[in-house]
Design a protein around this ligand. Structure first.
Ligand code: CA2
Length: 147
């Protein structure tokens, strides 16, 4: 049986659907997790969906993924723009990494234009709303077939 995909979400993404719908849409993170689980079933991939507001917790999950996950889909939230620790953890993971941003970070403030994670990710999706997570899961399925 294939290992699961870890879907990791960083700080404040637990508030999805509750504030700033003009930027992040109306879907909650639970809606996203349910949609990814459904699509995962179709694609033959189990998805373990996790969210934390804490950098160290995200690093711990990425380290767990080394033994337990086939690939990582990550929206590191604001840590995208600051966290060398998350980049280092991802560099110690051997499988594919896909980075998702709900908003188009390149259309926003300059400090959001750089992501430490992008240099490690096989692909980056930004500005596709929460659909980006589903696109990333489809791409993950193709990447895993090719390995
Ligand atoms: O567009 C994205 O997905 C981001 O990763 C979201 C982060 C932001 O810091 C990045 O620059 C881009 C912020 C997540 C905050 O999520 C909220 C959702 C609803 C209400 C309030 C915050």
């Amino acid at each position: 049986m294939t290992k699961p995909i870890f879907a990791l979400n960083g700080p404040n993404l637990n508030l999805l659907g509750q504030r700033q719908p003009e930027i992040y849409g109306r879907e909650t993170l639970e809606d996203v997790a349910a949609a990814m689980a459904d699509l995962g079933e179709e694609l033959g991939l189990a998805v373990r969906h996790l969210q934390s507001n804490h950098e160290g917790q995200l690093v711990d999950w990425i380290q767990e993924a080394r033994a337990q996950a086939a690939g990582i889909i990550i929206n590191p939230g604001a840590y995208s723009h600051t966290s060398v620790a998350i980049l280092d953890a991802l560099n110690a993971f051997d499988g594919p990494v896909l980075e998702v941003h709900i908003s188009n970070i390149h259309k926003r403030e300059a400090f959001r234009h750089h992501s430490f994670v992008s240099g490690r990710a096989e692909g980056v999706i930004a500005g596709f709303g929460t659909e980006g997570y589903l696109l990333a899961l489809r791409r993950m399925a193709s990447l895993l077939v090719k390995r």
